[in-house]
Design a protein around this ligand. Structure first.
Ligand SMILES: [Zn+2]
Length: 260
């Protein structure tokens, strides 16, 4: 209680500062989503950017200079996901690490006989369950500038963090009612299996086949599509679109289409 009172007081102070003109120019020039939002959404997004820049730990890695401009782009994209929520700014994300490009992830894997093997893999982003978000700047900058393709690394990794809020990264985020939870479980299971079948048979889908890996990836990939190709998602997967509209409390298909 005291903590949230202090937090709210601190946030009021952050928001009392005017939104810098330079930051506004970055939103307009580099974040394709900004211009399709209505005035109220744009103001809410600006608030979220100010709060996230002030509250999160930001770190450039392997020589990347994490300027204010770059932080604004990342925070703005993360903010798109939470425009329908009240005063939620990813309190479960303390640190955001940004690499210039894809980075190498080493994973230790146990093999027979008690030995272990270190596997190396290229990665564009990570959302560690109780750890930081790690992003490739080159990838997210490209996504920010070219919305409408259904891919967005920042949406993907921050969706994992929404998924993690109820303790497990399992493709089911916090759902406000039992009724929604039941409909969620039923429909997401069906759609996940459909994507798995399509992936096995090589059939092309609007959703990235990577979503067939597991239910957590399915939720992250579907979130990318919901916010980055909303009109296409609404017509291709109308039931899932309606479910996501209910959860995110947003209707991105009603936005002006990108590039029109
Ligand atoms: Zn993922």
């Amino acid at each position: 209680m005291l903590f949230s009172w202090l937090k709210n007081r601190r946030r009021r102070k952050i928001l009392a500062e005017p939104f810098a003109e330079a930051w506004l120019n970055i939103l307009r020039a580099q974040v394709g989503h900004y211009s399709v939002l209505n005035d109220a959404e744009q103001r809410k997004l600006q608030d979220a950017v100010q709060i996230m820049l002030a509250e999160k730990g930001w770190e450039g890695c392997r020589g990347l200079e994490l300027t204010d401009a770059r932080r604004v782009v990342i925070a703005a994209l993360a903010a798109v996901l939470v425009l329908g929520f009240d005063d939620f700014y990813f309190d479960n994300v303390q640190t955001i690490l940004v690499y210039p490009n894809a980075f190498i992830v080493k994973e230790e894997r146990a093999i027979d006989g008690g030995a272990s093997l270190v596997e190396e893999d290229d990665s564009l982003g990570i959302a560690a369950h109780r750890g930081p978000i790690v992003l490739s700047w080159a990838e997210l900058e490209e996504n920010a500038a070219s919305p409408g393709e259904g891919f967005n690394l920042v949406f993907h990794e921050f969706a994992h963090k929404l998924d993690a809020l109820n303790g497990a990264m399992d493709g089911t985020p916090n759902l406000p009612t039992d009724d929604l939870a039941q409909r969620w479980a039923a429909l997401m299971n069906v759609e996940f299996r459909k994507l798995q079948r399509a992936e096995r048979t090589g059939r092309e889908t609007l959703l990235d086949p990577y979503g067939a890996s597991d239910p957590a990836e399915f939720f992250a990939v579907a979130t990318e599509c919901f916010f980055d190709a909303p009109q296409a998602m609404a017509s291709t997967y109308p039931q899932m679109y309606a479910l996501f509209r209910e959860y995110y409390r947003q209707d991105p298909a009603a936005w002006r289409p990108f590039f029109v």
